[in-house]
Write a protein that binds this ligand. Sequence first.
Ligand SMILES: Cc1cc2nc3c(=O)[nH]c(=O)nc-3n(C[C@H](O)[C@H](O)[C@H](O)COP(=O)(O)O)c2cc1C
Length: 385
Amino acid sequence: MAEPMLFTPATLRDTVLKNRVVVAPMHQYAAQRGFATDWHLMNAGRYAAGGAGLVIMESTKVERRGCGTLGDLGLWDDAFIPGLARCVAFIRAHAAVPGIQLGHSGRKARRFRPWEGGGPLERTPEIDDWDDWELVAPSALAAPESDPLPRALSRDEIPALVERFGQAARRAHEAGFEVLEIHGAHGYLVHEFLSPFSNRRNDDYGGTDLNRMRFCVEIVEAVRAHWPANKPLFLRLSVEDDAGWGPVESVELAKLVRPKGVDVIDCSSGGMRGAPVVGAGPIGYGYQVPYAARIKREAGIATMAVGLIVHADQAEGVLQRGEADLIALARELLYNPNWPMDAAQKLGADPRFALVPPPQAYWLEKRARQVRDLTPSTYRERSDA
Ligand SMILES: Cc1cc2nc3c(=O)[nH]c(=O)nc-3n(C[C@H](O)[C@H](O)[C@H](O)COP(=O)(O)O)c2cc1C
C-alpha cells in the first residue's frame, strides 16, 4: 500500500517534519508571570511523544499588555528563554519539530480564563502590574460593547510594537524553536488591524485593505529580520471573520506576505465578534478546510488546515485532495495526545510503532503481533474476539 500522505515528510526551508500532523497552538493558561512551568514541559512533551511532526506551543505574548489571561506565556524578555528552551529540548528529543506562536491579545487582553467565564478581569491587589496591562487596539472600540474600552494606539507607538514581535522572534530562535507562527487570527491585535470591524483608523494603518494589512506586513518583515532565513514562518489568519474580512482579503494578504518570507498560511476563522472561535455555534467536521483549499489555490502558498479534523481518513482525504499541506489538530489531541500514533495504525502506516518512544513501541508492537486484528481503541469490542 502506498504510504499515506499524512505520514510522509514535509520539507519547509531547512526543516523536515517527519509527518504532516501538527499540534495546533493551544493556550495552557498555566504560565507563572509569563514563565513556562513543568506543565508546559509535560504538555508539549506528551504531544511530541505521541508522534506529531510539529508541536506548536501556544500564543506567547510579545509584550505584557498582550496577555489574554493571568496564565499566558511571555516572550517579551530574555528571561523567558531558558524555560522555553527546556520544552524545545524535550520536543526535539522525541523527534518532533518545536514551534511557537507569537501573539498579542489587543483589546481581548486581561480576561478570566475560559472556564472562569472568560469575562474582563477586575483590578485586584493580586495583579500588581495592572497599570502595565493596558488594553490597546487600532481603534477605541469595545467588542462586545459592554467590554472595557481599549485605548487606540497612536501612530508613533506602532513601530515599537512591531519591533516587539521582531525581538520575540529573536528570542524564539535563541530558545531553539524551528517553526514560528504569527497569530493574525481570532480577533486579537493583528486581526483587529486587519478587520474593518475593529479598525476605524484614518491614518496609513486604516481605511483601505492595504492600509489595514500594513501592521501585519510590517510584523512579518520585523520577524523575518530576526528569524533565520533557513527556518519556516507561518501566519495564522481568520480567513473569514464574518465582520468584513473574508477569503478575498485573506488571499490578497497571503500574496503580499509570501514574497516577504511567510511559508504557510494556517487557515482558521472567527473570533472578531466576541464569540470564541471554538464556540462559534453548529459547525461540522473540517469546517475550515475550504479556507485552506482556497488560499492554497488562489494565493499559491502552502496551507495548514485546522478545525474539527478528527479522523485519520478525514485528515488523509484533505491532503489527497490537495486542499492543504499540513493538518493541525487541537481538541482531538486533548482527547487523545497519541492521536498521531493511533492515526498511523488506522492508516497502516507504522507497523513498528516507530512514532512513539521505544519503551512504548516495544510493547505495542509485541501486542499487535500476538493478537491479530486487534482493535486498538476503547470503542467496540470485536464480536469475534
Ligand atoms: C485549549 C485551547 C487553547 C487554544 N489556544 C490557541 C492559541 O494559543 N492560539 C491559537 O491560534 N488558537 C488557539 N486555539 C484554537 C486551536 O488552535 C484550533 O484552531 C481550534 O481549537 C480548532 O481546532 P480543533 O477543532 O482541532 O480544536 C485554542 C484551542 C483550544 C481548545
